[in-house]
Design a protein around this ligand. Structure first.
Ligand SMILES: Cc1cc2nc3c(=O)[nH]c(=O)nc-3n(C[C@H](O)[C@H](O)[C@H](O)COP(=O)(O)OP(=O)(O)OC[C@H]3O[C@@H](n4cnc5c(N)ncnc54)[C@H](O)[C@@H]3O)c2cc1C
Length: 415
């Protein structure tokens, strides 16, 4: 059985791996020149099931409105004459009530924790390396309000039996010594010792190489223009270079998927939420996180990836505008270097931006495309795609091959 996987981001590659293990001949089709070059390239590097949860939460609408006028805010809505943006925002607002938010969190936690186990199995099986770290994540708070929210998050973790610890301010530097040099006044922190870190782009490249060595096919530089359907059944992918045939296709095209799904009447509630990252090269031994710090105040994540420090964050709803705004980069840099002053003498960090494939409820869409036969979706992983990839790949492969999935697929059913 030849299965086409459309997209060589982390979701497409994890899907291709699971299908290869299930015995399919996989053919990955990607418009860029290699694997992991779009959203999966420069993310914050956190493999963080403990943090998995929706952005849509009680109080979020008021916060988002306040942030619209703040000069440097972690979430920025730039209103556009775009009905998709407004429809998405309305759905997002509807998901902000306590019951929906709690249900979305449960669904996201389930796939994220499943994924952690699947990633461990994948690493064991393939032996691939990608600066995988097991040092946990420390979430820092700088206000009483943020600390209260952290305490609420801790009680959810308690109910789910996820190892965690609320850390008083004077113990923060024992976990991440680099924070001792920071000028920030912390009110406390939440430590998740089992969360992990890793370079998503390196993972994509290594997994693509592993699959290639075992007969997986990769067609790079091929832009799929449409999905050809006959009756309601998948027939082929149409590209500028000709037609690519297979028995079925998994669409793992990240934020770009609706261009292909809309003409089929199967569009999903996806909006591209732009984020930034900066990567510092650490050529000497300086005080930076040994693992990962998630600063709740700036909503920036600081992750050690071998001899680099990756800083990721910011959420801009501005369509597919890939401008690297100097003011935004300056603000991230200033925040980073205030927390970790030892970075100040280093060479300029490399900036990047990408588009999170966000759904309003935060849940991914994994399963058969509604009304179509042979078209499968693995989409909408938002701000957690790296964390969820191995589990999401296995889940869609199980559904496609008729194996009973290890987690309930219902919460991720495509719209
Ligand atoms: C700033 C930032 C920080 C983040 N931090 C984290 C984090 O710490 N932890 C975490 O878990 N997640 C994080 N994420 C989210 C994570 O990076 C994404 O969820 C994930 O990369 C999405 O992967 P994907 O494979 O769905 O999409 P992509 O990586 O975008 O892959 C989709 C691929 O499909 C290809 N494609 C699309 N359309 C076509 C077409 N028509 N023809 C051919 N090819 C096509 C694209 O070129 C692309 O390569 C972050 C994201 C951002 C932006």
């Amino acid at each position: 059985m030849t299965t086409l996987v459309l997209g060589a981001g982390v979701i497409g590659l994890a899907t291709a791996y699971a299908l290869h293990k299930a015995g399919d001949d996989v053919h990955v089709v990607e418009r860029l020149d290699g694997p992991g070059l779009a959203t999966s390239f420069g993310n914050a590097g956190g493999l963080c099931p403990g943090f998995a949860g929706p952005w849509a939460a009680p109080g979020m609408v008021a916060k988002a409105l306040k942030w619209m006028v703040a000069p440097s805010a972690p979430l920025k809505i730039r209103p556009r004459l775009d009905t998709r943006q407004w429809a998405w925002l309305l759905q997002f607002a509807r998901e902000c009530n306590a019951d929906r938010s709690a249900a979305n969190k449960r669904a996201m936690q389930a796939i994220a924790h499943y994924s952690q186990a699947q990633l461990a199995a994948l690493v064991e099986d393939t032996g691939i390396t990608f600066d995988h770290g097991h040092g946990g994540v420390l979430q820092t708070f700088r206000s009483e309000e943020a600390l209260d929210a952290g305490e609420r998050a801790a009680s959810v973790l308690e109910n789910l039996s996820i190892p965690h610890r609320l850390v008083p301010p004077h113990e923060i530097a024992q976990i991440e010594p680099a924070l001792a040099g920071s000028s920030a006044q912390f009110t406390g922190a939440l430590h998740l010792p089992n969360d992990q870190t890793g370079d998503c782009a390196a993972f994509c490249q290594a997994l693509a190489d592993w699959l290639t060595e075992r007969g997986g096919r990769f067609s790079y530089g091929v832009d799929v223009q449409s999905i050809r359907i006959k009756g309601a059944r998948f027939e082929a992918l149409e590209t500028a270079q000709g037609v690519i045939e297979g028995q079925r296709v998994v669409l793992a095209a990240g934020p770009f998927a609706n261009r292909l799904l809309k003409p089929l009447g199967s569009a999903q509630p996806l909006y591209p939420v732009k984020g930034y990252s900066l990567t510092y090269e650490l050529d000497e031994d300086i005080a930076v996180p040994r693992s990962s710090v998630m600063d709740e105040d700036s909503k920036l994540m600081f992750t050690r990836l071998g001899n680099r420090l990756r800083v990721g964050g910011v959420a801009e709803l501005s369509g597919f505008d890939s401008t690297l705004r100097a003011a935004q980069i300056g603000a991230i840099r200033a925040e980073t270097e205030a927390l970790f002053p030892s970075l100040r003498g280093l060479a300029e960090p490399t900036p990047w931006c990408g588009f999170r494939p966000m759904t309003p409820d935060g849940r991914a869409r994994i399963g058969a495309a509604p009304g179509l036969d042979g078209v499968w979706l693995n989409l909408g992983h938002g701000s957690n795609g790296w964390t969820q990839a191995a589990g999401a790949g296995q889940l869609v492969a199980d559904l496609m091959t008729g194996r009973s999935p290890s987690i309930n697929p219902a919460p991720y059913e495509p719209n």
